[in-house]
Design a binder for this molecule. Sequence first.
Ligand code: 0A1
Ligand code: ZN
Length: 879
Amino acid sequence: MRTDSSPTTIYRKDYTPPAYLVDTVELGFDLAPASTVVANRITLRRNPDAAGSDIVLHGEEIELVQLRLNGQLLGEGDYELSAATLTIRNAPAEVVLEIETVCAPVENTSLSGLYVSNGNFFTQCEAEGFRRITFFPDRPDVMAKYTVMLRANKEQYPVLLSNGNLIEQGDLDDGRHYAKWEDPFKKPSYLFALVAAKLVCQEEQFKLADGRDVLLQVWVEDGNLDKTDYAMQSLKNSIRWDEERFGLELDLDRFMIVAVGDFNMGAMENKGLNIFNTKFVLANPRTATDIDFAGIEAVVGHEYFHNWTGNRVTCRDWFQLSLKEGLTVFRDQEFSADMIGTDTGRAVTRIDQVRTLRQAQFPEDAGPMSHPVRPDSFVEINNFYTVTVYEKGAEVVRMYQTLLGRDGFRKGMDLYFDRHDGQAVACDDFRAAMADANGRDLTQFERWYSQAGTPVVTARTRYDAVKRNFDIILSQRGKPGQLPFHIPVAVGLLGADGKDLPLTLEHGKHAKGATTLVLELTEQEQIFRFREVDERPTPSILRDFSAPVILEHDYTDDELLHLFNHDSDPVNRWEAGQRLAMERLLKLTAQVAAHGAANLKLDQTFINAMRTVLSDESLDPAFRELALILPSETIIAEQMDVVDPQAIHTARQFMRHTIGTVLKAELLAQYHANQTPGEYSPDAASAGKRALKNLCLSYLLAAPEAAELQLAQQQFDNATNMTDRSAALVSLIHSGTDNGPHLQAFYDDFANEALVVDKWFAMQASAPTTNVAAVRKLMQHPAFTLKNPNRARSLIFNFTNANPSQFHAADGSAYEFWAEFVIKLDAINPQVAARLARAMDRWRRYAPALQAKMKQALEKVAARQLSNDVAEVITKALA
Ligand code: 0A1
Ligand code: ZN
């Protein structure tokens, strides 16, 4: 884990195919926490498409016991062993290697490789964890068939799982037992998994479209079987959806999901044996919120969809990560949208995606870790499981669908699988399939993969009343030196009555009467002329957020209000409201910074717009909720040249306070109108009502009086589900009113529910009243531990990333706290530490006094002996 030399950078351009391919892998495990013996028999042959006769195997933190080549025991002179590789020079064309190694799972706190969580064994091999289990060419372009024999104590580890099908099991001496698994499909090593554990499962036989019966299982710790229904239902929905939307079927007889409490990420798509963070499996109404339920649906879908996009067709090298991740995120996004099934429901999911991009991806792409969707280099691949590779990658995939249509996209997918099933390929291969299946030239589209940063699209308009022409002049700019992108810009025009005008685009082929057209901006500047336009329209540009860009257009308030009240495209309708709010937030922030918090004002126009949308019961509650949320402090900060977190917080709180006061009657009315009595259901309609109701509550508590406090307390006491219970508690504690008793009651009720205890820490960490001293105090709580990633994130990350006014306290004390815990976490789990390190990404944008303190903290970390993971982030931040 420790680097004793300076970290090396790996470049995409240096890719070379492996000298040897692996056909079969036979693994034998004798599992014991302190010392697990791994016997690995691999058959290799020279790669006809590569040069060289050296076999290079990766291996880290494992001890080599014995090595045989074609039956011959090798001595130390027969191979070279370094800290990270084992090399056998001038090997024969066909080789059988038998490798025996030992590792120590219980010592493994990095949660990469084979580790122990709550007494059970789990593995995590993506990206480069397999080499921590055995020596192997641990790269995704080496695909092989695996057979796995697991041996362990039967009482302690009654459940023995691996990829594929169970072909044999039985008892051994000394109270041990064994299970033998065979995966019929070739796979890269990063998809290997095993579980040896005391677990129980919910299982079901499920009929596939072709009539085959498959066994579905969700494995959890005893006591959690009452929280597996939603994951199981989501799995069945995912299987159906992939059959119907993409014609893709489950290729195994058995598909397993296993939940583990200690996990670095959300979940992992190991072939036939998905391993999940408990956060994305366990849910019942008492313990999980609507957002948790939606997260489970999305992640179960995501991992299942990887079976085709990732597993059957995998990545040639890790620079191509977005090939599987961008595509699979797009697929899970479409799945979640289709599960809601309504147009506004789909729009609501789209708005959520836009919010994520702005909250996390745009800042990443404007900061020191900015990288293209397909990076050109990295030091530590684990640092590139980013919102850029995932979410921007999904936007890139979505743009194919926008450009080619749903049917064209499907044709491209079909061709992609026809061509590449069973292969390890590159992003270019996906693009070629999309282009070839549709007879389109997508050469320029490649720039979305190679050029980093968020392009800015500027729109100007002119109307010629005599000729009845309306021109939209679009121009684009990327980072200096970049070439123009191929940008789909979906556009509609609104008449004075708020209705869409039928569009006639000069030189354009399109259906008569169309009201939204996709303009293709491919040059630096282009003019698009609409003809037969009888009145000066209000343009609705970038409908459905048709490209991951920043759109600049000088909208007047009147135009924005028109769009906010009428746009038939819900995403742009929402967007108009965000623009109205952002203008005001920026002005108020500037005013606070210059003159303090006195005499702030919020105009009646804006308040009326909010009032109208709040009370418009023809609108979906979920949409109204989104329309009423102000842009976050992070998103506001991104609009400013010099960030003043306190001023932003004060300005935003003022707006919330004003809305809460002036619209009190309407908020109360909607609070009561959007109750969801009866049995809890996480469906989108009910969740939308709860979201709106709870947003009303939080506005009412922005300036609470006794009656509002009582309302929140009542909701807390009477809630029949976690959504309402936690929302009431968050409103109470974030309003700064006395909360000791409620927090204690909540903790006492859920002390045995780890995921709820995480929420308990998280809601305190993100409360604007929680300062760094309070966080340090919370760390003394017996339930706190740095070793569990969910717990560490719940307290530390929610403070550093979701509580900007406290994190940026003027004395820099929170930066010191950050440095201390980056260093402490790095010794335990470099991946988690590196994520925390990213909290300082944007340090150069803060006022000089804060900047100086942030730099000091960064330098303090930089001075230490660090993992590659943290070293890369810190070095880039300081560069
Ligand atoms: N492929 C998984 C994400 C993942 C990546 C790395 C992990 O451990 C270091 C774990 C999971 C996904 O996209 O869901
Ligand atoms: Zn994924």
